[in-house]
Design a protein around this ligand. Structure first.
Ligand code: ATP
Ligand code: MG
Length: 378
């Protein structure tokens, strides 16, 4: 086990790295962040900020020499960098697991091999694959196999002709064509798996998206216990089959036909798990520190129903947001990530609202949301 005040390494300096760093600091660890951006949210709170590229051998050597263990917050971190580091120090999760999560084609095949359902899809490498795609995949969503996030690298296509056009527009890189499902709702689950194979799940979150970006998470999700248990068991099975050590997020679709289908996974804490900071016995970030350091997993129980709302750059459209709307509500908590430029679609922060029930928290949270996004009608 790695005890405080060891130095921990973090590849990636975004908000997930920042919240990891804050959790590590509370426990008495020190953190070195590697991120080329001099203004990165995690770099600003880290003990050491290495401003270098993720493949920079000198920087990786520095991490390996100075850190007891290294992890990542950034999905597209070069798996090669993780593999290189693993030869010199403890790295969790393993580069191989991260590589599967980075590639939708490998990821979907892996989910199926785990015995889990996914949306009907076809692998698209060229035009011929599009012409051969079964008709039931339309209307569909063409998704780039790699480097997509927040709905980027995705196009809705009604027919083969639109699919050709979208394929070329996205650079003719490998894609998957997925049937566009009629969703009843979306849910996600964050699990942690320790080095001894023990696994633990956080409560299921129900997620609402706006324009492909997570907007609101509601916990507990308004689904049956049976469905929640199936999602948690599915996520734990994925972690086990990957021989995963660390925190893993799994997103699911619930169709109107009542099916539970895996959408994708992220080899790290997840936006839909931010509610754990304010509403669970342990946050997903403390759990990440624990799995990284080989400590026992801790209690994941939900202490109160909670709703999380993302704060995107749009909230700054008319200047500084009306923060008193959040602060006036005693059961609300504001989290800002220290980003200097508010761009549309950029995740700047979030707030959570506790309540006697998920419905009560949601009602309060949406009132605040309406005040912070005066231009939004949905
Ligand atoms: P993120 O990284 O933010 O999770 P992403 O860019 O990796 O997003 P997905 O999770 O694949 O993309 O899709 C984003 C959202 O688009 C989903 O959460 C869902 O709302 C919608 N979506 C994606 N695929 C489908 C589908 N097959 N049918 C219906 N809706 C879909
Ligand atoms: Mg997603």
């Amino acid at each position: 086990m790695i005890f405080p005040d060891a130095m921990l390494g973090m590849l990636g300096g975004g908000q997930l790295g920042r919240m990891f760093t804050l959790a590590a600091h509370i426990m008495g660890y020190r953190v070195t962040v590697l991120d080329p951006d001099p203004l990165s949210p995690a770099g600003a709170v880290a003990d050491v900020h290495l401003k270098a590229a993720y493949q920079d051998i000198e920087a990786l050597q520095h991490l390996a020499d100075s850190c007891a263990a290294v992890t990542t917050e950034f999905e597209n971190v070069p798996a090669e960098s993780l593999r290189w580091l693993a030869k010199h120090c403890t790295v969790r999760p393993a580069g191989d697991a991260v590589a599967i999560a980075q590639d939708r084609i490998r990821e979907k095949a892996f989910f199926r091999a785990c015995g889990l359902g996914v949306a009907p899809y076809a692998v698209i490498e060229n035009e011929n694959d599009i012409s051969k795609a079964p008709a039931n995949l339309f209307p569909g969503i063409l998704k780039r196999a790699r480097f997509g996030y927040d709905g980027k690298g995705q196009t809705t296509v009604a027919n083969t002709g639109q699919a050709y056009a979208a394929f070329h527009k996205m650079g003719a890189d490998s894609c998957v064509l997925e049937q566009r499902l009629i969703l009843e709702r979306e849910v996600s689950v964050i699990v942690a798996r320790g080095e001894g194979g023990e696994g633990r799940s956080f409560p299921l979150a129900e997620n609402r998206h706006r324009k492909g970006i997570l907007d609101v998470s509601i916990v507990p999700a308004r689904v049956t216990h049976e469905l929640a248990a199936r999602a948690e068991a599915g996520a734990l099975r994925i972690a086990e089959q990957l021989n995963y050590v660390g925190v893993l997020a799994v997103e699911f679709f619930v169709t109107t036909a009542g099916e539970l289908l895996v959408n994708e996974m992220a080899p790290r804490p997840h936006n839909s798990g931010h509610y754990t900071i304010d509403a669970c016995a342990t946050s997903q970030f403390e759990q990440q520190v624990r799995t990284l350091c080989g400590l026992p997993l801790s209690d994941t129980r939900l202490l109160s129903p909670v709703v999380m709302v993302n704060l995107l750059g749009e909230a700054w459209a008319h200047g500084e947001p009306a923060w008193q709307q959040v602060f006036n509500l005693p059961e609300a908590k504001l989290h800002l990530y220290g980003k200097h430029e508010a761009r549309f679609g950029r995740k700047m922060g979030h707030y959570t609202v506790l309540g006697a029930s998920a419905e009560a928290a949601l009602a309060e949270a949406l009132k605040v949301r309406a005040a912070l996004y005066p231009d939004w009608t949905d």
